[in-house]
Design a protein around this ligand. Structure first.
Ligand code: UTP
Length: 474
């Protein structure tokens, strides 16, 4: 029995947990003690006060302004010239092996309601390839195209790490080469009941949750991934979320612009379709870029418009970034990183005092997460670059409706149909303009528009007929 731990728990007002630990069978105790020992007890009691007993409101700075951004496409001859240089630079950096991909896949994907890591979800409309397979194939084609291996870092959490690794192994890493993939695991935080007590998920385990995508930065340091990047000569990370298969896994123009602008952390932005679209808002305060979540944005700011009628706070975040290795090294050099926590109220299943699992009908606990974008105000130099929604953002959060499997598949089909038309192939369309067929082009063969034209030139196909479901390439 770890008496020190029991004392710490009691001091931190975790008397229920101290009692559970004292009474637990030795077989259950070991894992529980390990989990409890991993918690930062200097920090947790204060977090419970600040985030569980109170609902902290995000302070909105009084000098908040919309963040400036580079438009896309270029508007001026200077921008055209800059983008051409940036694209060239980005391709050079890729060819020099200075760019790695980073997929954050540690989330629990509760809204999707899928049993397994989200990345294993069969997303594509015709071949039902998983999200991980889709990214692996796209990275393989990009490595081929830019003539250098692109190392792929995948962040998992303790809750899905094994299942993720097993999935890759059982699919032979989708031909990407095990040596080019590094899995690393983010930290966890205990779920905290509204009475401030930690809870059990099983007799030998706390109810734990991943500590948010903000955990990426410290996890890169702690896992040795930063050292590996240095060893491989990687200077830039192309960061994207596991639930967005439309994202360009690496984007030479974006990477090059990040480099030429000497940015430490850069962001793609999408013009919001309405004031309340669920995208974080790019803002500037005291000279620093920051993102204010849609739920925290005061209505008068969200709705404010310019003289021409466009939203003043137009720039929304699709969570696509380029981050410099140097910046992450600097931020995490002491092995610590102070970023704010965000409270999420959740239904967390727990073991009651009779050993029965209770699945609550209403929220019963708080999960604490940090967000990657809270690193932005810590940077001296940042950059925001407009992107085209139809080419890069199809988040898969739910089964149906907004940001769903359904809408994601529609967007994948729309993008591939457009690429076919660009290659001179007629695609049947419905009255509303959407494709009247399901088409899927393999990302293993086609990375971008240029590839598509070449692919269909080399592999002529008959136009799809209305209602047909057809895939192209392996
Ligand atoms: P979301 O905020 O959509 O969360 O994550 P989620 O866990 O995937 O889904 P819900 O909210 O439970 O339905 C956005 C991205 O950040 C990653 C996710 O895997 C996803 O790629 N993420 C989120 C992490 O890697 N770790 C986390 O702790 C949270």
């Amino acid at each position: 029995m770890n008496h020190d731990l029991i004392r710490i728990l009691k001091q931190a007002n975790q008397c229920k947990m101290a009692d559970i630990l004292e009474k637990s069978a030795p077989a259950d105790r070991e894992k529980l003690e390990k989990q409890l020992s991993a918690i930062n007890w200097d920090e947790l009691p204060e977090l419970i006060q600040d985030y569980v007993f109170h609902k902290p409101e995000t302070a909105i700075p009084d000098d908040l302004q919309p963040a400036p951004f580079f438009p896309f496409p270029a508007k001026t001859p200077e921008q055209k010239k800059l983008y051409a240089e940036a694209e060239k630079k980005g391709k050079e950096l890729l060819a020099q092996g200075k760019v790695a991909a980073l997929t954050v896949a540690g989330g629990q994907g509760t809204r999707l309601g899928f049993d397994g890591p989200k990345g294993t979800y069969p997303i594509t409309p015709v071949c039902h390839k998983s999200l991980f397979q889709y990214f692996a194939e796209s990275l393989a084609r990009a490595s081929e195209k830019f003539n250098a291996p692109i190392h792929w870092f995948i962040m998992t959490s303790e809750l899905n790490d094994k299942a993720t690794r097993d999935f890759f192994k059982s699919h032979q890493y989708f031909g990407y080469g095990e040596e080019h993939i590094t899995f690393f695991t983010q930290g966890t935080m205990p779920a905290i009941q509204y009475d401030g007590q930690l809870i059990l998920a099983a007799k030998d385990s706390l109810a734990l949750a991943p500590n948010g995508h903000g955990g990426t930065l410290l996890a890169l340091r702690k896992s040795g991934s930063l050292d590996l990047m240095k060893k491989l000569g990687v200077e830039y990370l192309s960061y994207f979320q596991v639930d967005n298969p439309l994202v360009p896994v690496v984007d030479p123009l974006f990477i090059g612009l990040h480099c030429l602008e000497k940015s430490q952390m850069s962001c793609r932005m999408l013009p919001k379709t309405n004031p309340y679209e669920k995208l974080g808002n790019f803002c500037i305060s005291r000279g620093h870029l920051q993102i204010i979540e849609y739920s925290d944005m005061p209505a008068e700011l969200a709705e404010r418009r310019k003289a021409d009628g466009t939203l003043d706070f137009l720039a929304g975040s699709p969570a696509i970034h380029v981050i410099s290795r140097d910046f992450i090294e600097q931020l995490t050099k002491d092995g610590r990183l102070n970023m704010p926590w965000h409270r999420a109220d959740k239904k967390v299943a727990y073991l009651d005092e009779h050993g029965n699992t209770v699945k609550p009908e209403a929220n019963n606990a708080v999960k604490l997460e940090s967000f990657i974008f809270d690193a932005l105000p810590l940077a001296e130099k940042t950059m925001v670059f407009e992107g085209s929604r139809a080419e890069m953002f199809a988040p898969t959060k739910n089964q149906t409706g907004v940001d769903s499997v359904e809408s994601c598949r529609q967007m994948l089909v729309a993008r591939d149909a457009r690429r076919m038309e660009l290659s001179g192939i007629k695609v049947p369309r419905k009255k509303d303009g959407t494709p009247d067929c399901l088409v899927e082009i393999s990302p293993r063969c086609v990375f971008d528009d240029e590839d598509a034209v070449q692919f269909f030139h080399d592999n002529p196909v008959n136009p799809p007929v209305p209602g047909e479901a057809v895939s192209y390439g392996k």
